[in-house]
Design a binder for this molecule. Structure first.
Ligand code: AMP
Length: 438
């Protein structure tokens, strides 16, 4: 399969070849044809699969082949959960549209709104946005979504985790009912399916989940260790292994901050990246890490999603995630062909059940090592960490996942948006490109 055979226009093929892509990735192969047809698409894909091009290329093809009003109303809205992802997606839109007469911009919170409002006023075809700033500018009448023809919801699962359901519902209410909808999510919980039912109309479902071969290509190891000795073990691994670059995952923001401080006091350059950090601090941390100035980046799952950091030599689970799929996403950061990726997990007794679930998901047992001086505590309870017990576990806040479950659960209970969604669904089933032209 080639990009040519997918039917993409010449200017897009030129941009693709400039990027150095030779063949479409599986998600691109599966998603591009139905998107070009004008169908709604529900795609299961995580960062690293090439999903951004999977929706951006057919979107740009459609917009450029069907030019509209000269004053350039917003014709496509791409909603992302985080500022970093918004910036990255916009960068992709810019690169893929280099040889087209398409204008785009990105808006997100934490920075001055004036330049963003000015860019929109000048006219953009494609707007990439995070929900908060989008609704903020909308409420100030600084933008209109009345002419949106294509709505793309990226990383929908993270949107729900971060409590954006209400915002998504608000956005849907200010867009025309007739439009094409694309939804991307790495995981498919009940809440995600409910959201998809509310947004999508007779969608084509496509999938590009990390398969076992990705997992197999990564060397994985579990270090059984006492909870209180994890930091010491991590310092030893980094120092003695002379690691140049490592991404370390913690379950909570508080845990990320605490670990970062301890690494720095042990003489290891480190920076934390999570949702409580200002935009400036996050950008700086990421830039420092990419340039090699910062050896260790400590991140929570939410913050790490969407970060485009190629070829990481080391990924460490300082704590195992309580959602097994997150493990696959985390270690996928090392898993590029030919790269010498190592994924290590520091596992204390209370994480035993998480480890079992992960092994069940990936279908293999992970090799275990015990380092002298950092042995597991034989008296520690194997009782799993319960939701909401974070404070007892060393002053941390509640786990991300306990928070997220609550937030998505609560917001999932609000069925207003869904109802309007299903009404809309009744208006027709197979929506073709002509329909979204209005
Ligand atoms: P994404 O999953 O959209 O974040 O993309 C992950 C990475 O894969 C990005 O660095 C893209 O530039 C790259 N990429 C996307 N599509 C292709 C392709 N067909 N061939 C090679 N690399 C690609």
């Amino acid at each position: 399969m080639s990009f040519q055979s997918l039917g993409l226009s010449e200017p897009l093929l030129k941009a693709i070849s400039k990027k150095g892509y030779t063949t479409p990735s599986p998600i691109q192969e599966k998603a591009i044809p139905p998107v070009l047809e004008g169908r709604d698409v529900l795609a299961s894909a995580q960062t690293g699969t090439g999903k951004t091009a999977g929706f951006t290329l057919p979107l740009l093809h459609y917009l450029s082949e069907n030019p509209k009003a000269k004053f350039r109303p917003i014709r496509a809205l791409i909603l992302t959960p985080t500022r970093e992802l918004a910036a990255q997606v916009h960068q992709s839109v810019l690169e893929y549209s280099e040889f087209l007469d398409i204008r785009s911009t990105v808006i997100f919170g934490g920075v001055n709104q004036k330049p963003q409002a000015a860019a929109i006023r000048r006219g953009v075809d494609v707007l990439v946005a995070t929900p908060g700033r989008l609704l903020d500018l909308h409420s100030q009448n600084l933008l209109s979504l009345k002419r949106v023809e294509v709505f793309i919801l990226d990383e929908a699962d993270r949107m729900l985790d971060m409590g954006f359901l209400r915002d998504i519902e608000k956005v849907m209410k200010v867009m025309p009912e007739k439009r094409q909808n694309l939804m991307f999510s790495a995981t498919f919980s009940k809440d995600i399916r409910k959201l998809a039912n509310g947004i999508l109309n007779n969608p084509v479902q496509v999938e590009a989940t990390p398969d076992n071969s990705t997992v197999e290509a990564i060397s994985q190891k579990v270090f059984r260790v006492a909870k209180g000795k994890k930091t010491g073990l991590l310092v030893k691994l980094i120092s003695e292994g002379n690691w140049k670059q490592a991404l370390v995952f913690t379950r909570t923001k508080h845990g990320a901050n605490k670990l970062t401080k301890k690494l720095i006091s042990s003489g290891i350059t480190a920076a934390a990246i999570h949702g409580n950090k200002s935009q400036g601090a996050r950008t700086k941390a990421l830039a420092g890490f990419k340039s090699g100035k910062v050896r260790v980046m400590v991140a929570t799952d939410i913050a790490a999603r969407g970060l485009d950091i190629p070829l990481l030599p080391h990924v460490v689970n300082f704590e195992l995630p309580n959602i097994s799929e997150d493990y696959v996403h985390r270690i996928g950061r090392t898993g590029r062909a030919g790269a010498n990726g190592k994924a290590m997990s520091l596992v204390s007794a209370d994480e035993t059940s998480y480890l079992r679930s992960i092994e069940k998901l990936i279908g293999e047992k992970i090799e275990v090592e015990i380092v002298e001086g950092f042995e597991p505590d034989p008296n520690a309870s194997t009782e799993p960490i319960k939701q909401g017990q974070g404070r007892q576990r060393g002053g941390g806040n509640r786990s991300r996942n306990s928070n997220s479950r609550n937030s998505s659960g609560n917001s999932g209970g609000n069925s207003g948006g869904n109802r309007s969604g299903s009404n809309r669904n009744k208006s027709g089933n197979s929506r073709r490109r002509n329909d979204r032209r209005n």
